[in-house]
Design a binder for this molecule. Structure first.
Ligand code: OAD
Ligand code: ZN
Length: 249
């Protein structure tokens, strides 16, 4: 089967790199953007634009508090079988790096260590004036209490979630690292992503151009599907554990 063939390629590879998207976290109860019931069915992408933050940081924080409250009413978000399979592939020595577009920290919660967060992290906030970073929770707490927008303990500047908004540059170091990883990969797995948002979406092509075996695992086809060596249309919580099992056999 394809899973066996991919497992063989992973065993033979020196460097395996995974790129993950929102589809790896849907089974943990976090909605994706463009899938069925995705965030863009309920929200205007312009609400996630840096211009919106600049013109109305208080309103932006207020919306964010409401969105997060609606998305995670039980507050209990935990890694699922897809995160766990990737963490196990890494600890068994088969996976070098997870490049993730997700901001939820669930790869790290599952035990992955080589994680590059190219869209930032919801666990942190950053000061617009002094660029210091802080844990997000105290700022979220203040925003929930109506202290909008929360401000920096050091300089009183406006705090922003340390996540990439539309119209913002990606964190440069993370982007350069992930490009280098893609160039160096022998097997590149792109999982749970629509592969429509640049520059993340170019990483599979970069890897394939440098000769990597390109493997996609996603419920739907993507713009990169025709370039893929293996295009598995499957649920990541089912396919990744099967793949991990096949690699170990
Ligand atoms: P998308 O929502 O665009 O794509 C998620 C993909 O995962 C869709 O194709 C779904 O069909 C698929 N999917 C959902 N659940 C799945 C499952 N259990 N198994 C397999 N596939 C599943 O999310 P991303 O590609 O991550 O950027 O989106 C990229 C970026 O767009 C995000 O990081 C975000 C957004 O704008 C920023 O916020 C900067
Ligand atoms: Zn500051």
């Amino acid at each position: 089967s394809d899973v066996r063939a991919v497992a063989g390629a992973i065993r033979d590879a020196e460097t395996v790199v995974a790129l993950t998207g929102a589809g790896v976290s849907t089974a943990s109860g976090i909605p994706d953007f463009r899938g069925e019931d995705g965030i863009w069915e309920r929200h205007d992408p312009m609400d996630f634009h840096i211009d919106r933050f600049r013109s109305d940081p208080g309103g932006f924080w207020d919306d964010r508090v409401k969105l997060l409250a609606a998305a995670f009413d039980d507050g209990n978000v935990a890694p699922n079988a897809a995160h766990e399979a990737l963490a196990e592939l890494e600890s068994a020595g088969y996976l070098d790096t997870v490049v993730t577009q997700n901001i939820d920290g669930l790869h790290q919660d599952a035990g992955s260590e080589g994680v590059i967060e190219i869209h930032g992290s919801a666990a942190r906030v950053v000061c617009r004036d002094c660029s210091r970073r802080f844990d997000a929770e105290p700022a979220m707490e203040r925003a929930r209490d109506g202290d909008l927008p929360p401000t920096c303990d050091d300089c009183d500047g406006t705090l922003k979630p340390d996540t990439v908004l539309f119209g913002e540059q990606l964190p440069e170091h993370a982007l350069m690292q992930s490009q280098a990883k893609a160039e160096n990969a022998d097997v590149f797995l792109a999982v749970g992503s629509s592969l429509t948002v640049q520059p993340a979406a170019s990483l599979p092509r970069v890897a394939a151009e440098r000769g990597a075996t390109l493997v996609l695992v996603n419920l739907e086809s993507t713009p990169v599907s025709e370039r893929a060596d293996y295009d598995l249309r499957a649920d990541v919580t089912e396919a990744l554990p099967r793949l991990r099992q096949a690699v170990k056999e």
